[in-house]
Design a protein around this ligand. Structure first.
Ligand SMILES: [Zn+2]
Length: 235
């Protein structure tokens, strides 16, 4: 879009969508950019169904423990991500945006997003936001409970999503099983003795492309509801 198109948009609408992902290990089967690819796709779909502007995805997230134990992971410090979000929102607010929908595809990011908006709500009158990780949306949770025996990092629901969105990037021959829960992963040094692949809390064997389509659509629907609530002031 040009600046003039954004200015025109602001005459009738003050809402905007900000996807946040990560560049971190996602097992031997999924690419490092998995979270960013998913966040961006969901955000763009919400945007196209609701005629809402989508900010380019914030692709780096909080990925220190345990993900930095695996090569290629890039992590921001919590305060860096927080400031990046704050400055992005401050800029957009100055132009007239007021409602911010955060589409988050990486659990650890939530801490920085919340801290950012706690600050922003102090200084920016009239700002409102909603932030949730896609897998925490109610109907997505229901699907996960029905179809997946466990749920963790790079496990079946994320793999299903990637099978639906970017099947060619998924290395099915590298699916792996039986990985210990999150509470094993308290230090960087020990991480690889608990998981050699990077999968945490579960496995990848229940992944399914059709389920990925359902997860994607329920996530998009859930976010659209939140966006509408934000705009109507009823969220
Ligand atoms: Zn992920």
């Amino acid at each position: 879009m040009t600046w003039q198109e954004v200015e025109k948009y602001l005459e009738s609408r003050k809402a905007i969508i900000i996807p946040v992902g990560s560049i971190e290990q996602h097992s031997l089967a999924l690419p490092l950019g998995t979270d960013s690819y998913i966040a961006e796709k969901i955000a763009l779909e919400i945007g196209s169904r609701t005629f809402t502007i989508v900010v380019p995805c914030i692709k780096f997230g909080l990925s220190m423990v345990p993900h930095m134990a695996f090569t290629g992971t890039v992590t921001l410090r919590p305060e860096t991500l927080q400031k990046l979000i704050e400055d992005t929102v401050r800029s957009l607010y100055l132009h007239g945006f007021r409602q911010f929908l955060m589409v988050n595809a990486h659990g650890l990011n939530e801490a920085s997003i919340i801290c950012a908006f706690q600050n922003l709500c102090f200084e920016l009158p009239g700002v409102s936001y909603y932030s949730v990780a896609w897998w925490d949306i109610k109907k997505v949770q229901s699907l996960r409970t029905v179809y997946f025996s466990s749920s963790g990092h790079a496990t079946s629901e994320e793999v299903s999503m990637m099978l639906y969105l970017y099947e060619k990037m998924v290395k099915k021959e590298h699916f792996s099983k039986h990985h210990p829960p999150y509470n094993y992963f308290t230090s960087l040094e020990k991480t690889r003795s608990y998981t050699s692949t990077g999968v945490i809390n579960g496995d990848q064997g229940e992944a399914d492309k059709e389920l990925g389509r359902q997860l994607f659509n329920e996530a998009v629907q859930g976010y659209i509801q939140m966006l509408n609530d934000l705009i109507s002031g009823g969220g």
